[in-house]
Write a protein that binds this ligand. Sequence first.
Ligand code: SAH
Ligand code: SF4
Ligand code: F3S
Length: 480
Amino acid sequence: MSTLESTKRYHVTTFGCQMNEHDSERMRGMLESLGYDEAPSADDADLILFNTCSIRESADSRFVAHLGHAKRMKKERPGVVVGVGGCWAQSVKDEVFERFPFVDVAFGPGQINRLAEFLTSDDLSAQGYFEFEGFPAHLPTKRDRPFQAWVQIAVGCNLKCSYCIVPSTRGREASRPFEQLLDEVERLAADGVREVTLLGQNVNAYGRDLRTTDPLPEALLPFHAAAKRPTGRIAGVDDEAAAARPRPRTFAELLMAVSAVPGIERVRYTSPHPKDIREDVVAVHATVPEVCQHIHLPLQSGNTRILKRMRRTYDKQRFLDRVEMIRAQCPDIALTTDIIVGFPGETEEEFQDTLDVVERVGFDGAFTFIFSPRRGTEAAEMTDDFVPHPVKVERMERLVEAVQRHAKARTQRFVGRTLDVLIEGPSRNDPDVLRGRTSHNKVVNFTGFGEPGETVPVEITAATSQTLTGEMSLLARLGA
Ligand code: SAH
Ligand code: SF4
Ligand code: F3S
């Protein structure tokens, strides 16, 4: 059977993080290049794909419920091909076929190109499982929004956070070559992209595994070790020798280079690791207008003993110091975070430390999770998980209350200000109202006019903990 001759239809259901969203765009791009069309729902598709996540147990169960539906469809229409990709597939590997015999193909992240091989092979009934191989950079993508794009700057993760399954599903960390990334951003900009989000598990580790003899941008020299060379060097001779010596790339220079691509108006990234967030990156936030006024800095816990057991490699004070360093240079920046409650052995006192950091920092928003043991991780083996579930739920409620209270207080600072809003489309509740986002990553519903992808000035009139309301400022727009 050749998929190239008939118009087959595919449907992809995506679970998990932006990495998976982006991988799904590449699956869709690749399938369309093979001649497939996108079906509006899995019920109408010949190829039903799931791009899975395994970060918490809830992610697994959500996906397994969807698989049940695919099984029923396959009974009704036996020719349907069911494929399972992503982190869950990578974590269970061949077991996928034992547990779900109706699955035809399974593949880990970074295996999308092998999916194409499978689909164009003669025997689609053979089950296939493909291991992680490398970076599928050359794949076309099919984006949801023409003016926004993800750019994956690194694969994998070299850290060993004891609760986390990602290092085992996405492999070792590897940065994509700097020039290749800039080419990609240039192509995206030429294609109408105005905002890029750089993706990686630990984005500020970008470039440590790369080497270049390109000079560092002038603005970053004060932060670079070479600039702090001891006195007594021979000017000219030593400087030239230092310049010729290959050096690692840095995340800060990548941010600057991406921001300088003509057409790119906004640059975001996720996620940095608190241990690696350095002055150079913060200086770029402070001085390069394209780099957004938002940093997502995952705290996980505010308690030093728990952080150690999580293998996060920073303690409570170090996190607070990093926040202070960021706010000293960028007082208005939005800070968001991820927090886990009920890590094995977490006492009430230790949880209080998390609340204390939340009170002291005053995040603009936070994703909060109850610890979920993941197969194969160190924390899943910790036997002192004595915190009863109702206690975890109760801690979560207190945490969410504190997070919301600060988020609400923080958004009030925007009321009365005129902010640049990148229009994303009509508002979810009212088609006559537009919806967009500020540089701080706050959603704004506003009255006015403009096309998706356009940036317009909006006067903010009200704010809740999550969203802002406003009116487009005609004067500012005409003046612009
Ligand atoms: N690499 C990114 C994000 C990883 S996953 C980073 O380090 O920031 C996103 C979030 O899921 C994590 O920040 C963490 O808060 C949460 N998470 C990961 N594993 C978890 C687990 N086993 N139980 C509960 N939450 C978890
Ligand atoms: Fe997981 Fe930690 Fe790596 Fe993030 S940094 S992906 S939490 S191991
Ligand atoms: Fe993302 Fe889930 Fe994998 S959060 S990296 S899709 S386990």
